[in-house]
Design a protein around this ligand. Structure first.
Ligand code: ZN
Length: 413
């Protein structure tokens, strides 16, 4: 390059962001060789409410997940979230759970050449060999089982491989971090006796126990009772971003001792303290706008589609500047340091955060930027493979093994 050109490019180089916009051949190589597993995406809401097709090639689609985007980011396995909004689905949680499970299967039926339903680590590895996206399912919120352990077993039979013990709502057996300070809600001081039986039944079935969203006391009760390693399917570090949805350092160390994995949530309000503080007032206003919309729909006897809620949330989220990608990487780094490199993974919360992800992360196609950023911080290829999915696969395999052992020694109660 001649000096005149250099003089032209140099100021440009100085204004480049500190985080990678381009992916080096080394990062690309690591990404492409890894089995990349993401443990939380809310795309089923779109399948159901928007009739969204995962094969969409619409360049204007704002969604985080499509088959093309997954391929571009070499996403190998996605745990699709089966999340039943408790307010609008009051009285028919199980029915809506089944609708969502059906919606994932329907996508699989439409695209058998590019995706496959997966129920085990072996399935995920087979999908990887066949260059297909492995589609798994996790139920988000114990209210889906309607306090009936037979429904838990049925969901397992339908392919559900994890259950988040609570969503933001406390249910019959587990306190949630989402309403733990609300005096109107009846709490249990963590996990009830029945809740402990549910955890053990999940261990027996081989369904991963997910402690994201639960109240702190529920977490500690689960750690005491579970016989298999647990996951936090989409939680970040509270020491960096002070949100009750995030995990304290003591919790991170407890998950490490348990052999489990904490999969970092990409939501800006969970990975950036500045964003979290700024989003408190706007989040409140968004909540009021959503309540008003709900009331209006209810009065008209109409259904409340998730896409409308999402649209309102997006409007409010767009008022706050997106944090840098380094905020997300800081959380991965913190959990790797506190819990250890074997206990951190990815739990994006894609399609569930109304577009509020850090700069540069606009879809699954951007996952290689995380690999590049980790390389830049000195992580080895082996470490990065663990973070991208190796740790989750290890935990899943151990849960499968615990299940086999429990089934060999005990019959269901
Ligand atoms: Zn969630």
């Amino acid at each position: 390059m001649n000096t005149r050109l250099l003089a032209f490019f140099l100021p440009l180089a100085l204004t480049l962001p500190a985080y990678p916009q381009s992916i080096s051949p080394r990062a690309r190589e690591i990404q492409n060789a890894a089995i990349v597993v993401d443990t939380h995406a809310d795309t089923p809401q779109r399948f159901l409410d928007e009739n969204y097709d995962i094969g969409s090639t619409d360049p204007n689609d704002h969604g985080h997940i499509s088959l093309d985007k997954a391929k571009a980011g070499n996403l190998g396995a996605e745990f699709f979230s089966i999340w039943v909004e408790p307010e609008t689905n009051q009285g028919h949680f199980a029915r809506h759970t089944l609708d969502l499970i059906e919606s994932v299967n329907e996508q699989d039926a439409r695209h058998p050449d590019r995706m496959m339903m997966a129920f085990s680590v072996d399935d995920i590895e087979r999908a990887h060999r066949e260059h297909k996206l492995a589609a798994l399912m996790g139920i988000e919120g114990g209210h889906s089982i309607e306090n009936d352990i037979r429904l838990l077993r049925d969901y397992y039979r339908l392919g559900v491989r994890y259950m988040t013990l609570s969503w933001s709502n406390t249910n019959e057996f587990a306190d949630s971090s989402g309403d733990i300070n609300e005096s109107k809600v009846e709490h249990h001081n963590g996990l009830t006796e029945g809740g402990k039986q549910i955890v053990l039944e999940m261990n027996r079935l081989g369904m991963l126990v997910d402690i994201s969203h639960v109240a702190d006391k529920t977490f500690w009760d689960v750690i005491q009772v579970t016989k298999a390693p647990v996951i936090a399917s989409h939680s970040s570090a509270r020491a960096l971003t002070n949100h009750p949805r995030n995990m304290t350092d003591d919790m991170l160390r407890a998950v490490a001792k348990n052999g489990g994995v904490v999969d970092v949530n990409f939501y800006s309000g969970f990975v950036d303290e500045n964003y979290r503080v700024q989003s408190e007032p706007t989040g409140k206003q968004a909540g009021e706008a959503i309540s008003a919309f709900r009331e209006k729909q209810k009065a008209a006897g109409k259904y409340v589609p998730y896409m409308e809620i999402d649209r309102i949330e997006r409007e409010w989220a767009a008022k706050i500047p997106r944090p840098p990608l380094s905020s997300l990487i800081d959380h991965i780094d913190h959990i790797a340091k506190v819990a250890g490199i074997d206990h951190v993974g990815l739990g994006s919360d894609f399609d569930g955060v109304s577009g509020a992800t850090p700069q540069g992360i606009d879809s699954a196609a951007d996952l290689p930027k995380i690999t590049q950023a980790l390389l830049d911080r000195g992580y080895t290829a082996g470490d990065i493979r663990k973070i991208l999915g190796g740790n989750v696969l290890r935990v899943f395999r151990e849960a499968e093994q615990v299940s086999r052992e429990m089934q060999a020694t005990a019959s269901p109660k």
